[in-house]
Structures are given as structure tokens and as C-alpha cells.
Design a protein around this ligand. Sequence first.
Ligand code: 5GP
Ligand code: ZN
Length: 114
Amino acid sequence: MADCLFCGIVGGEIPADVVYRDESVLAFRDIDPKAPVHLLIIPRQHIADVTELGDDGGATIGHAMTVARRLAQENGVSGSGFRIVVNTGPDAGQSVHHIHLHLLGGRALAWPPG
Ligand code: 5GP
Ligand code: ZN
């Protein structure tokens, strides 16, 4: 989608520290990490947010979840714990409107979130 930052990363026009890619998802390091491990996992397909997931959207997000599990292991936070976050809409502070999973770990994470 034109003017979408994450579509630009998928297309290779915008550089990113990509740690994983396959036919349906891409994972890269967050440019402004909020924890020692802060990765973003996104579908290649442009979906703005959870409210725009179609009936078949769960398969892609489920796959992204599996990738997050693998990346948590590879980044050494599987045992210590981690958080997967999907901000959706203004109250959640979503700033990039291409659906993404945040994988956060490597420190104790406060709960509830702010
Ligand atoms: P949101 O606030 O939408 O849940 O998360 C968007 C995330 O994208 C933020 O954590 C922000 O730091 C990250 N981000 C914004 N612009 C870029 C960029 O150009 N490259 C990368 N790698 N991450 C970005
Ligand atoms: Zn997009």
C-alpha cells in the first residue's frame, strides 16, 4: 500500500534490520526498542489493524505468533518470559497502521501497561 511505512520495509524501499522472512511474514528490530529484545512481526499483506482482519486473517496472525515463539527462543527470552502486544487504534497508541506484533523481552515488564 502506498505511503505505508511497513509496506515500504516489505518492499525493500525502506531499510530495516530484518531477522526473519518467509512467504507471508517479515520480522525486524524495532527502530526505537522499548526492551532489550523488541522485534516487530508483520504480515507481508497490508492489513491496517485487528479490526480489518478478514475471516481468513487469523491464519496469518497465527503464523506470526508461531514465528514470534521461534524468535523468542532464538533471542534468549523464551525461558525468562516475554510479551506479545498488538496495539489497535488511538486508545492503544497504534502509530503504524499496518498490523504488527511487538515481541518484547529481556527485562521485567510492568503490568498493567500504561
Ligand atoms: P505501534 O505504536 O503502531 O504499536 O508500533 C509501531 C512501532 O514501529 C514503534 O514501536 C516504532 O518504534 C516502530 N517504528 C516506527 N518507525 C519505524 C521504522 O522506520 N523502522 C522500524 N524498524 N521500526 C519503526
Ligand atoms: Zn502496509
